[in-house]
Design a binder for this molecule. Sequence first.
Ligand code: TRP
Length: 359
Amino acid sequence: MTKTILTGDRPTGKLHLGHYAGSLKRRVELQNSGEYKNIFIMIADAQALTDNFDNPEKVRQNILEVALDYLSVGLDPEISTMFIQSQIVELTELTFYYMNLVTLARLQLNPTVKSEIQMRDFKSSIPVGFLCYPISQAADITAFRADIVPVGEDQCPMIEQTREIVRKFNNIYGEDILVEPKVLLPDNAVCMRLPGIDGKAKMSKSLGNCIYLSDTKEDVQKKIMSMYTDPEHLKVSDPGHIEGNTVFTYLDAFSKPEHFAKYLPEYASLDELKAHYTRGGLGDVKVKRFLNSIIEEVLEPIRERRKAYEQNIDAVYDILEEGTKKAKAVAAETLTKAKEAMKLNYFDNKEIMTAAYRK
Ligand code: TRP
């Protein structure tokens, strides 16, 4: 038990099933494995502001939503420290020193930043804060001396950037000052990027194609029954396609052998179900109902836990305040160590500054 995990999310909306499949489920498993010394889960409000600076209200409102989502999926504040990024000034200070170690060209080459710039239509007016968020993310990760960063594959360029910064820092200022992190990707390939219910590549709030963890049972059912399937599968008797069929992609991500025994005993496995669909003679509605039962098994306990925390919002506030205090202490240690390595601790040690005049 020596390893430390850090990960987090931007609070720009409620978390959805894509977040669950791609990262939250894994976080809970990692937490419950008992194999990690420290687990930090950060609500990245400062990073969220890099592209929502004109809407701080949205970011602020969603801090509590994300915290509720964390708690309701089973992250346990006794084990996993949940905290709010902007309240830890040490992160900003580290970011400032790391900025010297990164070139503009390198930031502009970062594939995630590149695609986000396109998506946000920044064109030539890219806010500097936004462009630099990979540097601030390096500060997030290194401040907590995290060696493992469980994230989706879209975050790989951020971890790579962090590793470069760490190597450069340690090279210049002293071996082993900062810890070089490793990315931990979801173990199930289909979980890496769950499509939206409309079949589009990704669940995203702006596309309106998400199943939220806080959706009611009725909402979820409605969404699943309206899911994109195979547009050529018009009659039950028609042969159907599995590839690109959202319902089957979700089954790949969520179904387990025991679900068949419980809800669809006439099929032994997902392969058999797929074979029947491909052959023809299996209707979408039946498959969607099956998926709905499985998703409800996932969401029901999450919904229940959320309800309990919603009724005790002061406790959630306290969890965040306590977590932030604890996280700040760790970040402060790292900042002190980094500044010592850079010999910026002038007032701890008179010699550093005045040696030349004390011969
Ligand atoms: N960039 C991440 C996202 O958009 C959020 C994040 C901020 C993060 N700092 C982090 C993730 C540090 C992992 C580690 O979801």
